[in-house]
Design a protein around this ligand. Structure first.
Ligand SMILES: Cc1cc2nc3c(=O)[nH]c(=O)nc-3n(C[C@H](O)[C@H](O)[C@H](O)COP(=O)(O)OP(=O)(O)OC[C@H]3O[C@@H](n4cnc5c(N)ncnc54)[C@H](O)[C@@H]3O)c2cc1C
Length: 411
């Protein structure tokens, strides 16, 4: 039997945004059919839990909202309605305590996603939500009916309202593959192209450097991005065969992408010895080195060796090694050109998505009354640190409540 009910709301996509929309709609006593393309719900949510489910962030609300960059103003009311304290209370309501880990990151007590997802699913089922896995939404048929593909074939169904929560385009094997972009554009809905966010970047490494240092950490450096004027950050980066990865770079993705688009490349400055001043470096490097090699001199005098020494050789000009002042300067400000972002499929999240200009404040598509959009498929991006899940939960809730108000005729 194919699920069909004109009276129920169809929530499509069982990630955190869709699950939250389903929760608030069913809590209002409105029947919900939840459709998911994959065999199980919340695949990316579970993946996020593998390295510790960072569910939100503990910081004052204005600073928290600013993390949403260009979309901060638009998201502010939604994030304020379901702020980090409310998210923590919601997790607690599912029987799981939270704690604040390093740098304000908030986790469920065991850092895992699976217990939370289990409790969440149980709550949804108790509230009468009907979950249909292996049901892939394929667009619209005549009279606004929804087209699905399932194990039993294709079928069309009706719904009183629809919440799309189909995710972005990163890690497509977890289900969110961005195929909805064309389906929405065909309906005249404006969608900014999906782009990688919180991602690594390609660098033009020599073959020698790439093969020798791939997947080796570059520890205790300071990363600056002159074009964005942000405060330099102490960081560890990972060198890969293609370029670099690491939290400090992920946090700069939007600015780096924009710079690459405008200039053809982006430039980072690395400080290889953040604990020494340039003057200290100059003095140490100016001591006569006699017959010792430059490699030994750098190692003995300023502790630069291994991957740091090779990176310096890779990126500095030969003449900069001939003068202690020039050498000290390039060690403190080693220019690292980034050629392009890594592909979307590898990124932690997506930028781009459905434009807010085509949506009402409660995330309903202006031109399609009764159609709501939530989660990562909206045009916002944020750094790692719990901001992504917070944004998905807050927009899922807003879209769900919007659908309830619309059906009750109060919006
Ligand atoms: C490795 C990794 C670690 C992460 N860690 C964290 C973290 O610790 N903290 C944090 O805040 N964020 C983290 N994130 C990001 C976070 O997981 C996502 O931002 C979030 O899951 C997006 O939620 P969503 O509901 O919008 O979309 P998704 O979780 O992607 O869910 C969308 C769902 O829609 C389904 N779907 C897609 N198309 C169709 C269709 N046509 N028909 C039916 N169903 C469809 C998909 O199968 C999927 O289940 C991480 C991401 C990755 C990749």
């Amino acid at each position: 039997m194919f699920p069909s009910s004109r009276a129920s709301v169809a929530v499509i996509g069982a990630g955190p945004a869709g699950l939250m929309a389903a929760e608030v709609i069913s809590a209002a006593g409105i029947p919900v059919q939840l459709f998911e393309a994959m065999g199980t719900i919340g695949r990316k949510f579970l993946l996020a839990g593998r390295s510790g489910l960072n569910i939100t962030h503990d910081e004052p609300l204005p600073a928290f909202i600013r993390r949403y960059g260009a979309a901060a103003d638009r998201l502010a009311p939604l994030l304020s309605d379901f702020d980090p304290l409310a998210i923590r209370a919601w997790v607690q309501g599912l029987g799981i305590e939270t704690f604040v880990g390093g740098a304000g990151r908030v986790f469920p007590e065991d850092r895992k996603a699976a217990p939370l997802l289990r409790a969440w699913r149980q709550r949804l089922e108790q509230q009468g939500v009907e979950i249909h896995t292996r049901h892939r939404w394929q667009g619209w048929a005549e009279a606004g009916r929804l087209r699905f593909g399932s194990d039993q074939g294709e079928y069309c169904t009706e719904a009183s309202a629809v919440v799309l929560a189909l995710g972005g385009g990163s890690w497509p094997r977890m289900g969110s593959d961005g195929q909805w972009v064309e389906l929405l554009r065909q309906q005249g809905i404006d969608v900014a192209a999906l782009a990688p966010s919180n991602c690594g970047f390609n660098c033009a490494w020599s073959e020698h450097f790439a093969s020798r240092f791939s997947w080796q950490p570059l520890k205790s450096i300071q990363v600056a991005h002159p074009a964005s004027g942000r405060m330099p950050k102490r960081a560890d980066l990972m060198i890969t065969a293609h370029g670099i990865e690491g939290g400090a770079v992920y946090a700069l993705t939007a600015a780096l992408r924009a710079e690459i688009e405008a200039q053809g490349h982006a430039l980072l400055h690395l400080d290889l010895t953040p604990d020494r001043t340039q003057a200290q470096l100059e003095a140490a490097l100016a001591t006569p080195r006699g017959k010792t090699s430059m490699a030994t001199h750098l190692k003995r005098r300023v502790g630069i060796q291994g991957i740091k020494a090779s990176l310096l050789r890779e990126l500095a000009h030969t003449e900069q090694f001939t003068d202690p002042v020039l050498l000290a300067a390039v060690i403190k400000q080693l220019p690292l050109p980034l050629v392009s972002p890594r592909p979307l499929a590898e990124a932690i999240s997506s930028a781009g998505g459905v434009l807010f200009s085509g949506l009402t404040p409660s995330l309903m598509v202006n031109t399609q009354p009764g159609l709501f959009v939530a989660g990562e498929m909206l045009d916002w991006e944020a750094p790692t640190g719990g901001y992504l899940l917070s944004g998905c939960l807050a927009t899922g809730r807003a879209a769900g409540l919007g659908a309830v108000r619309w059906l009750q005729g109060t919006d």
